[in-house]
Design a protein around this ligand. Structure first.
Ligand code: SF4
Length: 273
């Protein structure tokens, strides 16, 4: 692990600001382990983030990086991929950043099937901005904006991605770390829009308000509730009520956006319509 930290992190930017017990380090570690496993050169990777606790990762990582505006990582990533298609472009984002202010960008990047890999750190809350509820906060959860429990219903971001046209969809947790590394690596290799939902614990802004215990308790919850897709599909509706599937949830081939765009450029250069 020490070698990985020396190779892929900017020593001058450490120590990080994440709270003790936060799962963001595990997810960020899984990203660099996936890149290391694929033996991709650092200069062939671009990491783009929005705003929030997880989005601080772009500053710590020693690749081509952009720490952009709230919810706007995907437009920046789209521009980078169109300008430099050789780059492996990875978006680091949180549930609030990606599905609220950045929700529209998320839908349309998936629809275009642009070859960008989104790693969505889902901790069920806006951590950095003070513990407000997000579109992925479970109903009845306490938040600073829902002192008596939220009445909003969350959506399943993997189902949203599928409906919008994403061609690689996976989920893992910070407990299932090896699986997390594997599904991120496969997402990076996939030619098209890939989304990996990483279920992660925020013991401070979410856990405290909802009395979920310390980080180990929250990770035990991940262990007890995340079920590999093949096993999950054999369960009855009653058995799946509070469980969620993990692993590769969907994968399908489809034309990739930058490749299709190159064809348009070639046509335009010939002057043919
Ligand atoms: Fe992590 Fe939550 Fe602390 Fe943010 S507020 S660093 S998500 S534990």
């Amino acid at each position: 692990m020490e070698q990985i930290i020396e190779k892929y992190f900017r020593p001058g930017r450490l120590p990080h600001i994440w709270c003790p017990g936060c799962g963001n380090g595990i997810v960020t570690g899984a990203i660099v382990k996936a890149i290391d496993k694929l033996a991709i050169e650092k200069d062939d990777v671009a990491v783009v983030s929005g705003i929030g606790c997880s989005s601080r990762a772009s500053g710590y990582l020693d690749f081509n990086t952009v720490h952009s505006a709230h919810g706007r990582a995907l437009p920046v990533a789209t521009g980078i991929k169109l300008a430099e298609p050789r780059l492996k472009v990875i978006v680091v984002t949180g549930d609030g950043d990606a599905t609220a202010i950045g929700g529209n960008h998320f839908i349309h990047a998936a629809r275009r099937n642009i070859d960008v890999t989104v790693v969505l750190y889902n901790n069920n809350i806006y951590g950095m901005t003070g513990g407000q509820y997000s579109p992925l906060t479970p109903t009845n959860s306490k938040a600073t904006t829902a002192q008596y429990g939220t009445v909003d219903r969350p959506f399943d971001v993997t189902e949203l991605a599928k409906g919008a046209g994403a061609t690689y969809i996976a989920r893992s947790t910070t407990f299932h770390t090896q699986l997390l590394v594997d599904v991120i690596a496969q997402g990076i290799e996939h030619e098209g829009f890939s989304i990996i939902e990483a279920i992660t614990a925020c013991p401070i802004s979410y856990g405290r308000q909802n009395k979920l215990g310390a980080a180990p308790n929250m990770m035990k919850w991940q262990k007890d509730h995340g079920i590999m897709l093949a096993a999950y599909n054999k369960l009855t509706n009653d058995q799946t009520e509070d469980k969620f599937p993990i692993g590769i949830l969907y994968k399908a081939p489809a034309p990739e956006y930058t490749a299709e765009y190159d064809k348009v450029i070639a046509k335009a250069q010939k002057g043919a319509k």
